[in-house]
Design a protein around this ligand. Structure first.
Ligand SMILES: Nc1ncnc2c1ncn2[C@@H]1O[C@H](COP(=O)(O)OP(=O)(O)O)[C@@H](O)[C@H]1O
Ligand SMILES: [Mg+2]
Length: 251
């Protein structure tokens, strides 16, 4: 079952061919890896899928429906969630509040009404906070519920971002360098959560510079270099590929 499909996707910035003819599929139930040296176009691919950037040419399909021309909001409402290479949280707000914001893709009351505690939204808010606590438990973050997100250690802030992204129960989860700056232990424990989300049916695309993490986590990996895919296969296969070795040596 294919969830997300990119067909010959290109994005040029003036003369820079950031993404230059990428075709790949991200399947439900799996963690798919996209690796490549710095500047190879990985974040641009995420931004194209998420509707943050427009395509120069090509098509992106979600469950067979073309989404290439939709806005970021509309792509998110269709069930594509993402995290950013640089963490974006509300640092003063509590961990739980940051996670609850993630539910709003599905809700009808405007966010400001909930924040103001207007009567129409109080019950909804209570339910969402309960669901938020369930997520915190799953990510082993319950004890930090009331802590301002900005005061957490880096690896825990990443977890908060991750919980916010999965709060809306997306069909597709795009993770842009989710373990950057983490040690191996933190990375591995997050990796287990990604594997579990995939096992429950999510399509997970992990963008990484860190090849070791991807090798442990993914059954299949695509390799980008200068906007083009140069290899695809199991982590063992692609890491033996001379073109991949050359691309990483030049990095
Ligand atoms: N908004 C932009 N304007 C101009 N050039 C960009 C922009 N975004 C990315 N690029 C260029 O596109 C290429 C790929 O960048 P990026 O997708 O961020 O790579 P990666 O995430 O693999 O490090 C780089 O050469 C980068 O400088
Ligand atoms: Mg990047």
């Amino acid at each position: 079952m294919t969830t997300l499909e990119l067909k010959d996707v290109r994005r040029y910035f003036g003369g820079v061919k950031a993404v230059d003819g990428v075709s790949l599929t991200v399947t439900a139930g799996k963690v798919t890896g996209l690796i490549g040296p710095n500047g190879s176009g990985k974040s641009t691919v995420v931004n194209l899928i998420a509707g943050v950037l427009g395509l120069t040419s090509g098509e992106i399909f979600l469950q067979g429906t073309p989404i290439s021309t939709e806005s970021a909001d509309s792509v998110a409402r269709r069930g594509v969630a993402r995290t950013f290479q640089n963490i974006r949280l509300l640092p003063e707000a509590s961990v739980l509040d940051n996670v609850v914001i993630g539910f709003y893709r599905l809700e009808t009351s405007p966010l400001y009404a909930s924040l103001l505690g207007l009567p129409s939204s109080r019950r909804e808010t209570r339910e969402l906070r309960e669901r938020g606590r369930t997520l915190l438990a799953r990510f082993s973050m319950s004890e930090y519920e009331d802590v301002p997100a900005g005061s957490l250690a880096y690896g825990f802030q990443r977890r908060v971002e991750m919980m916010r992204a999965v709060a809306s129960n997306p069909a597709v989860l795009l993770l842009d360098e989710p373990v950057a700056g983490m040690n191996d232990v933190e990375a591995r424990s997050l990796g287990q959560i990604f594997a579990q989300l995939a096992a429950e049916g999510m399509a997970v695309l992990v963008i990484e510079h860190n090849t070791r993490f991807v090798s442990e986590l993914c059954q299949e990996v695509h390799v980008l270099d200068s906007g083009r895919l140069i290899a695809y296969g199991t982590p063992q296969e692609v890491m033996r590929n001379p073109a991949v070795i050359a691309a990483y040596l030049g990095d």
